[in-house]
Design a protein around this ligand. Structure first.
Ligand SMILES: [Fe+2]
Length: 163
């Protein structure tokens, strides 16, 4: 699905936003903006309405990382799944990588512009931001990991032909 309209609007919002909040207890790491209005996000990206119909979206926001920031290897504490989209601004260089618990194989998430990724937050992952500000649109669901695991929502999204 093409989320160009949402991506462009979210970047414009992020660039004028002055208030950013600390995110979890890491010294260096992402700072989320306040939530974006859901109705506007739905209008710009109608596929999110379909997703919201199968699993209720709690909020959508932008997460900002400064150059040199990192987010240590972790699994998410509350959510089991999330949808992310890189919102590209000036040249920035960052890495999001997942590590398989059993094999220790690593996999880089190669974000493409205007593309949303459903990802399993229970696989250990880490983020480094080497250069430029990194803006990430993050869609969070209402239900926690116990009630909305990755495999469950993946199956539902496949059913409506969005994945
Ligand atoms: Fe995470």
């Amino acid at each position: 699905m093409d989320a160009t309209a949402l991506s462009e609007w979210a970047l414009a919002e992020a660039l004028v936003r002055e208030t950013w909040y600390d995110h979890f207890a890491f010294k260096a790491g992402p700072r989320p903006s306040g939530p974006l209005p859901l109705d506007k996000c739905f209008e710009l990206c109608p596929e999110l309405v379909q997703i919201n119909n199968i699993a209720e979206i709690q909020h959508i926001g932008v997460i900002k990382m400064a150059p040199g920031d990192f987010y240590k290897m972790h699994t998410d504490t509350v959510r089991g799944v999330g949808i992310n989209m890189m919102v590209f601004d000036e040249h920035s260089s960052s890495l999001c990588a997942f590590v398989n618990r059993e094999t220790f194989e690593t996999e880089k998430l190669d974000y493409q512009p205007n593309t949303m990724y459903l990802f399993n937050t229970q696989i250990p992952h880490t983020i480094f931001n080497f250069e430029g500000y990194r803006y990430m649109l993050a869609v969070s669901f209402l239900l926690p990991k116990e009630l909305l695991p990755y495999r469950h929502i993946k199956k539902l999204i496949r059913k409506i032909n969005l994945a």
